[in-house]
Design a protein around this ligand. Structure first.
Ligand code: C2O
Ligand code: CU
Length: 488
């Protein structure tokens, strides 16, 4: 269906239109799903696991026979999956080969601010940036992407994104499928829009409350992919790697799946669900059970974002996409029982908070201010537990909220305890229009008065336009220093 209309502005008449996209039941699933390779690593003399990443230009066929210029990491589009264990020290050499400055940020990672890959850690063309840190957090599906202020949406859209999987002692012992590429697969989901010549279309359109929206959804770069399943259970690590599109993941047949993890790690207990909504930047891990010879389709259903019908059109909330077909073999290798307890619930309590800060998201600002690389917005004391109260004060516009360095617990949404899928560790949370969420987090280990961490809306157009702020973590009694000079 199609909506058209007229907007009168500045003396001009502009014709606009938007179509509801529905690929359900048309998808042919004739291409094997591509699976990002595991990144190779070596161990250096100091015992650090070393990865080498090169951000570079390439070209990719989203549909057979039509090649699209893209960016990727160690490849043409998207990047390899990094994997490391809790307690390990890692070193990542990131080389910029795209001819313009970029950065690479470790989304969800607890690490020193100067290793974070935010807007201050710019990598100039031809240069290599080599952050190093110790993995000190529970097993989780994290990810990496550029974070160059003002260009994040574009760099991610071109294809610079990949997963960073963390393991810990417990994660291998709770009966979850964990053989990468066999019964455990990352699904990096991005929407795309193509110009007639096959290039990526970056036109945001007249009305774009959630940013750039594509009408084609690729999973690991494959449109209409199928995955041959050889085990009774298959684990899918879902990443919404899009800039502005939301996905309400579920099976096309309406059956249930088992959700086992959210952004920052395993849930306290496995959860039977039929849908999981992910806003840009969020992750969820699900386990799908298959019978021999069975076929199931992973679908993104129309989403309820708490917007009016009018705004829903322009955020793609009414769209349906068939993403991947799972095809079970005639005989399946047995999978383990999933343990009833997966991980301890986040140990963060409202009573322990020493401070409550308020963040009001509206327009392209937070608390009335737009991002300024030279301004530190908040100063946090290391060791403190804090409540952050985040409001979306924009009637028709969806926003979410992401905090660097920490994983948080959702205390309540509009005063109501969160649903079970939001009961584990989170680093990004959807905030429905005209609602307030309270999250609680603890700032640990790393202090630096000069290098800030970011907090922001992860709808990348909003972030690029200034819906972002900076905080530093300091020693008790400390104050903010001066952010590093930047000349771009
Ligand atoms: Cu995924 Cu500040 O970013
Ligand atoms: Cu936003």
């Amino acid at each position: 269906s199609l909506v058209t209309g007229l907007v009168v502005g500045a003396g001009a008449l502009v014709l606009w239109s938007t179509a509801v996209v529905d690929t359900a039941d048309e998808m042919e699933f004739d291409t094997p799903l591509s699976v990002p390779p595991l990144a190779e690593s070596t161990v250096d003399g100091e015992g650090r696991r070393v990865f080498d990443l090169e951000v570079r230009e390439g070209s990719h066929e989203f549909t057979a026979g039509r090649s699209t210029p893209t960016w990727g990491v160690n490849g043409d589009y998207l990047g390899p999956t990094l994997r490391a264990s809790r307690g390990e020290e890692v070193l990542v050499n990131v080389t910029n080969d795209v001819g313009e400055p970029t950065t690479l940020h470790w989304h969800g990672m607890h690490l020193p601010a100067r290793m974070d890959g935010g807007p201050h850690q710019m990598i100039d063309p031809g240069e290599t940036w080599s952050p190093t840190w110790r993995i000190e957090q529970p097993a989780a599906s994290l990810w990496y992407h550029p974070h160059l202020h003002g260009s994040t949406q574009e760099h991610v859209y071109r294809g610079v994104a990949g997963m960073f999987l963390l393991d810990d002692e417990r994660s291998g012992q709770v009966g979850l499928p964990d053989e990468y590429g066999v019964d455990d697969f990352p699904l990096v989901v991005q929407d795309k829009k193509f110009a007639a010549d096959g290039t990526l279309d970056t036109d945001e359109g007249m009305v774009a409350p959630s940013g750039l929206l594509g009408d084609t959804v690729a999973v690991n770069g494959t449109v209409g992919g199928y995955l041959d399943v050889t085990t009774e259970k298959v684990r899918l690590r879902l990443l919404n790697g899009s800039g502005g599109r939301f996905y309400d993941f579920g099976l096309a047949d309406g059956g249930t799946v088992t959700m086992v993890a959210s952004d920052g790690g395993l849930l306290p207990a496995p959860l039977e669900i039929d849908r999981v909504l992910l806003s840009p930047g969020e992750r969820a891990e699900i386990v799908v059970e298959m019978a021999p010879g069975e076929e199931k389709v992973l679908r993104s259903h129309p989403t309820d974002l708490g917007l009016g019908a009018w705004d829903s059109r322009f955020t793609g909330a009414e769209d349906t996409f068939d993403l991947v077909q799972l095809r079970a073999a005639e005989s399946l290798a047995p999978s383990a029982e999933i343990a009833a307890e997966l991980a301890p619930a986040p140990d963060l309590r409202a009573e322990d908070a020493s401070e409550t800060r308020r963040f009001r998201l509206s327009g392209n600002n937070i608390n009335g201010r737009r991002m300024d690389m030279d301004r530190i917005d908040e100063v946090v004391t290391v060791g403190d537990t804090e409540i952050w109260e985040v409001s979306n004060s924009n009637g028709g516009t969806p926003h979410n909220f992401h905090v660097h360095d920490v994983q948080f617990r959702v205390l309540d949404l509009e005063g109501t305890p969160p649903p079970p899928e939001l009961s584990g560790w989170k680093d990004t949370l959807y905030i429905r229009p005209n609602t307030t969420a309270r999250i609680v987090m603890r700032f640990e280990d790393y202090t630096d008065p000069d290098y800030p961490y970011m907090f922001h809306c992860h709808l990348l157009q909003h972030e690029d336009r200034g819906m972002m702020g900076q905080f530093v973590v300091v020693e008790e009694g400390g104050s903010a220093g001066t952010p590093p000079a930047h000349d771009h």
